[in-house]
Design a protein. Structure first.
Length: 309
């Protein structure tokens, strides 16, 4: 029998852990029809609630349920990587515990795998229930990534995807500390089928992704899969050098022709502020790339496990 590993990152999801398990097991007849064994791997990413305790109770009822308990919060990217390392399955699927990734889609996902696809990924075709400002910036991020990165990152892509063992092993070969899994999926390649579905709101609880966290996550994605910001900084530097050279010529000619009037200092102050702002912006871009390089050279573990079963 083939084995399906279900990887479920969790952070303060005590209210949804059991509901997710119940919804997943509604596919039991489908799993049996395909001779599929199932293991469910919850990754407790340093939750401050009873998430780990609830998973332990599930494990006592069903030995197919497993827990990887982090020593602290390392982030969803680290949790997914830990899940991939723990998964033993011939197929691996990643899903959120909040049920925004409907387990009912699994039969359709497997039907596409039967047609020769290595990976079946999901994307939302709507953002119903999401704040408008958040949706606006999310769409802007995906449009920007499509223009500045050679890696395919699809608008509305979810982390909910079904993969073969070969795809998972390819992802595990990328040991980088600063992880942006949506980009990694595109970078490793393989034949992928995109499955569209309407956005599903959380069943219980609140999202752990604030606007600020999403913004930082987007910046991580840009830095991880594009060097365009460095190119922009270089172009801005050259542009302002040209402008400065032209202005020097203008000032020299103006002084020789009309003398050296003292008027115009407010505009000069504005120019100074603009140029210094652009310089600080470019230095900040370089600093971000340097910081990422610094963290990689430390060679720290991506996560630390407190206990598992």
């Amino acid at each position: 029998m083939a084995l399906l590993s279900v990887v479920v990152p969790c952070y303060n999801e005590e209210e949804t852990v059991e509901d997710f398990y119940t919804e997943l097991m509604k596919n039991a007849s489908f799993f049996a029809s395909r001779d599929l064994e199932v293991e469910v791997i919850y990754i407790n990413d340093g939750s401050k609630d009873r998430t780990a305790e609830v998973v332990k109770n599930l494990h006592e009822k069903d030995e197919r349920v497993h827990l990887v308990n982090f020593s602290r919060n390392f982030g969803k990217e680290s949790a997914m990587f830990a899940g991939f390392e723990s998964a033993r399955g011939d197929y691996v699927v990643t899903m959120d515990a909040d049920l925004q990734d409907p387990p009912a889609l699994l039969p359709e996902m497997f039907s596409w795998m039967d047609q020769g696809f290595d990976c079946v990924a999901t994307r939302r075709v709507s953002r119903k229930g999401e704040p408008p400002i958040r949706s606006f910036f999310a769409r802007g991020f995906y449009r920007l990534m499509q223009k500045i990165s050679k890696t395919e990152i699809v608008d509305g892509a979810r982390d909910y995807r079904l993969m073969t063992r070969q795809v998972v092993d390819a992802i595990l070969s990328m040991k980088e500390y600063n992880r942006f899994t949506k980009g990694i999926y595109g970078w490793v390649g393989f034949q992928t089928k995109w499955l569209e579905f309407e956005n599903v709101e959380r069943m219980k609880g609140e999202t752990k992704w604030s606007f600020w966290k999403l913004l930082l996550y987007a910046l991580d994605g840009i830095m991880a899969f594009s060097t365009a910001p460095l190119a922009i900084a270089s172009v801005l530097g050259m542009l302002f050098c040209v402008v400065a050279f032209v202005m020097i010529l203008v000032i020299i000619i103006r002084t020789l022709a009309f003398g050296d009037p003292t008027s115009g200092w407010p505009s000069m102050v504005c120019i100074y502020l603009l140029v210094s702002g652009v310089q600080l912006f470019c230095v900040g871009i370089v600093g971000q790339y340097l910081a990422k390089t610094y963290m990689e050279t430390k060679n720290r573990p991506i996560y630390i496990v407190k206990d598992r079963f």
